[in-house]
Design a protein around this ligand. Structure first.
Ligand code: DHB
Ligand code: MG
Length: 219
């Protein structure tokens, strides 16, 4: 398909199935106005995260990589009363923007932002109740570290999703020297090989272009 075709289809599907949410739309505006990169998930992808969380009956959700909290709001809208989303953000300025966006969206009470690098914050979450769903969308170089923690902080049945699984097709380039792509490749290899997971991945063409999402179950 030409970009014109899949962009039209993305708009069509988004208008039909995603609809409008002032909290989500304001979060994107604030993130853009603050000069953060426009790398939040596409609306159709945010809704997928939201639906998977509801399908899984998730009460405790872990997100690695908050940015402006766009996907965080989607996940927070999926957890029931008394549920919780813990989201990890390395950049304090992003966390401030995310906090304001969460409050404006009316989900500030159920979201906890932990500021710090994933590799430092994740060990501090040990010993709590297991997470029912984990969404990994941070520095790609650390995907295997994040997957290891997803398995450790989850339980059999935990749903794990990894954003940016395809990166414009570069994921299938074995000669790549891009450390982010190599990180994505190592993560997918781990999902294929590590007996703690059963996984698949889908290519996606949406408002964010050609990328993909990996979906795994902790077994
Ligand atoms: C980048 C990171 C993301 O998580 C994403 O969804 C798109 C792009 C990036 O670092 O370029
Ligand atoms: Mg991403």
């Amino acid at each position: 398909p030409t970009p014109d075709t899949w962009r039209r289809v993305d708009t069509y599907l988004t208008e039909l199935l995603v609809g409008h949410d002032p909290g989500l739309e304001r979060a994107v505006e604030e993130q853009n106005d603050a000069g953060l990169p426009a790398i939040e998930v596409a609306p159709v992808n945010g809704k997928l995260l939201h639906l998977l969380a509801r399908m899984a009956g998730a009460r405790r959700v872990l997100e690695i990589g908050t940015l402006g909290a766009y996907s965080t709001i989607w996940l927070a809208r999926a957890v029931p009363e008394g549920g919780r989303v813990v989201t990890i953000e390395a950049e304090p300025r992003n966390a401030d923007i995310a906090r304001a966006n969460l409050e404006r969206a009316g989900v500030g009470d159920r979201v906890e932002i932990r500021v710090g690098r994933g590799a430092d914050v994740l060990p501090t979450l040990e010993g709590g109740e297991p997470f029912d769903l984990v969404f990994i969308d941070a520095d790609k170089e650390s995907n295997t570290i994040y997957l290891d923690w997803a398995a450790r902080l989850g339980r059999p049945g935990t749903v794990v999703m990894v954003d940016n699984a395809v990166r414009g097709g570069e994921v299938a380039n074995p000669a790549t020297e891009n450390p982010q792509i190599i990180g994505v490749q190592r993560g997918l290899e781990m999902l294929g090989r590590d007996p703690r997971f059963d996984a698949t991945a889908l290519q996606t063409l949406d408002a964010k272009g050609y990328d993909g999402i990996a979906v795994a179950l902790v077994v």
